[in-house]
Design a protein around this ligand. Structure first.
Ligand SMILES: Cc1cc2nc3c(=O)[nH]c(=O)nc-3n(C[C@H](O)[C@H](O)[C@H](O)COP(=O)(O)O)c2cc1C
Length: 189
């Protein structure tokens, strides 16, 4: 059921790095994005795929992980993503990309979860560094990076408490906790 898939689709930041994701799988995930909604049906998004350790190593240093976990610098060697999909906006097709890349990211991640994989949307990207590292032409705006792989962490959903704290946190057993606002708080009468 779609709800189960959405509940399972939690941002995952630690992976079995040694378990690769094949390029063909990444292509099939991008195909889900290709079939998704696009404002004006312009379809201005382009995608860079990476599933080889050398290319992955060029991408990783330009990503910021879990800002609320102040003592955690991000996944260590051995727990880094074995694959990435970088979502670009083609400025020759459009000057603004609306929420196309968000929709694409969700389609890709739901497809990944359906296959037993997990992922994380990374919006905090050192864009110019990544552009140089991968030699991405200036025509393409770097919108999001999706980290993808076999999950090595447990993530649980919770309800935001009366204090209203929305910060995710990690307990001493390594479980990642994500508070979500109650339904009645987000639907206006
Ligand atoms: C547009 C967007 C940008 C994000 N950027 C980052 C990021 O730079 N680094 C990171 O670790 N997580 C990032 N995330 C993941 C969020 O932190 C995550 O969605 C949030 O903590 C809720 O957890 P959940 O995805 O499991 O519901 C981003 C999510 C979205 C939607």
């Amino acid at each position: 059921m779609l709800r189960d898939l959405i509940v399972k689709n939690r941002s995952c930041r630690r992976f079995y790095q040694e378990v690769g994701v094949e390029g063909q799988v990444l292509r099939e995930l991008v195909d889900l994005a290709r079939l998704s909604a696009s404002a004006g049906n312009i379809q201005p998004l382009k995608f860079i795929l990476s599933c080889e350790s050398q290319k992955n190593a060029l991408i990783f240093p330009h990503l910021a992980w879990a800002g609320y976990l102040e003592d955690w610098p991000g996944p260590c060697e051995g727990e880094r993503p074995p694959a990435y999909i970088i979502i670009l906006g083609d400025t020759e097709k459009s000057k603004s990309f609306g929420c196309d890349h968000g929709i694409a990211a969700q389609s890709i991640l739901l497809g990944a979860v359906e296959r037993g994989l997990a992922g994380c949307i990374i919006g905090l990207v050192q864009r110019e560094g990544l552009r140089k590292a991968l030699d991405i032409p200036s025509r393409y705006e770097i919108l999001l990076v999706l980290a993808i792989g076999k999950p090595k962490e447990t993530v649980v959903l919770e309800t935001v408490g009366h204090g209203g704290d929305i910060k995710y946190w990690r307990s001493s057993d390594g479980i990642h906790h994500v508070p979500k606002r109650p339904l009645d708080d987000i639907i206006l009468d």
